[in-house]
Design a protein around this ligand. Structure first.
Ligand code: PEP
Length: 254
């Protein structure tokens, strides 16, 4: 696939995989994907498996991501993990503002923006998630919601930081439901997000930013999604938990 932006496909393992299971999965991915150069491949295990997985992916083409981090650098924040702690495990990416965290932990755009700024200070690349609910789509509010989330969650970033930030467009109604946005719906949302970035920053910056699609991506729909001009990769939940399906998504996307 010939795009100026390199595809980035990330697996969000969520609260799945013990250390032993994580090692099985990542060792399988290493074997199957060793020859892939066209895609930035990222796995995001739970915190408890970062140490083991970071050792397993040394000298491989698989990069490590975390699923969340604190907006603070150090201190009395029980249960939180700081960017500098992620760096100890060679983590390169961090998912921020996933819809499950927006929903269950009530994360706001302002909080996500503070976390994104903090990630950049530590040279971690944020994967910032945005996406509308079914009620919002049916109420014709998709663009309004996306613009609010994009402006709010990326507020205060410099152009240079923006270029090192990945956006994941994940319509909430497509996450874990088996319902995928049509290629036309995905392309329209991605193009709209890019137009918001052009207004916030400039055209050149907007053209650099990679925008992933997320929501029931499978081996069978990966190619047509990746063929869309503004779709630059995928954030994959369920199908990233098995070697076969995650491998096939990546191979079918090239
Ligand atoms: C996700 O939760 O980021 C996601 C895209 O999940 P799924 O692929 O299972 O829909």
């Amino acid at each position: 696939m010939n795009k100026d932006r390199k595809l980035i496909i990330a697996g969000n393992w969520k609260m799945n995989k013990t250390v032993a299971e994580a090692l099985d999965l990542v060792n399988g991915l290493k074997r199957e994907l060793a020859a892939v150069k066209e895609v930035d491949i990222v796995v995001c295990p739970p915190f408890t498996a970062l140490d083991a997985v970071s050792k397993a992916v040394l000298d491989s083409n698989i990069r490590l991501g975390a699923q969340n981090m604190s907006e603070h650098n150090v201190g009395a924040f029980t249960g939180e993990i700081a960017a500098v702690m992620l760096k100890e495990f060679s983590v390169r990416y961090v998912i921020l503002g996933h819809s499950e965290r927006r929903q269950y932990q009530h994360e706001s755009d302002a909080l996500i923006a503070r976390k994104a700024a903090c990630a950049h200070v530590a040279a971690l690349k944020p994967i910032v998630c945005v996406g509308e609910s079914l009620a919002e789509r049916e109420g014709n509010l998709t663009e309004k919601v996306l613009e609010t989330q994009v402006r709010g969650s990326l507020a205060g970033l410099t152009k240079e930081q923006m270029e090192e930030t990945v956006i994941a467009y994940e319509p909430v109604w497509a996450i874990g439901t088996g319902k995928t946005a049509t290629t036309a719906q995905a392309q329209a949302a991605h193009a709209f997000i890019r137009s918001v970035l052009a207004k916030m920053f400039d055209e050149a910056t907007a053209k650099q930013v990679r925008i992933q699609y997320g929501g029931s991506v499978k081996p069978t729909n990966a190619r047509e999604l990746m063929e869309q001009p503004d779709v630059d990769g995928a954030l994959v939940g369920g199908a990233s938990l098995e070697v076969r399906s995650f491998t096939d998504i990546i191979k079918n996307s090239i």
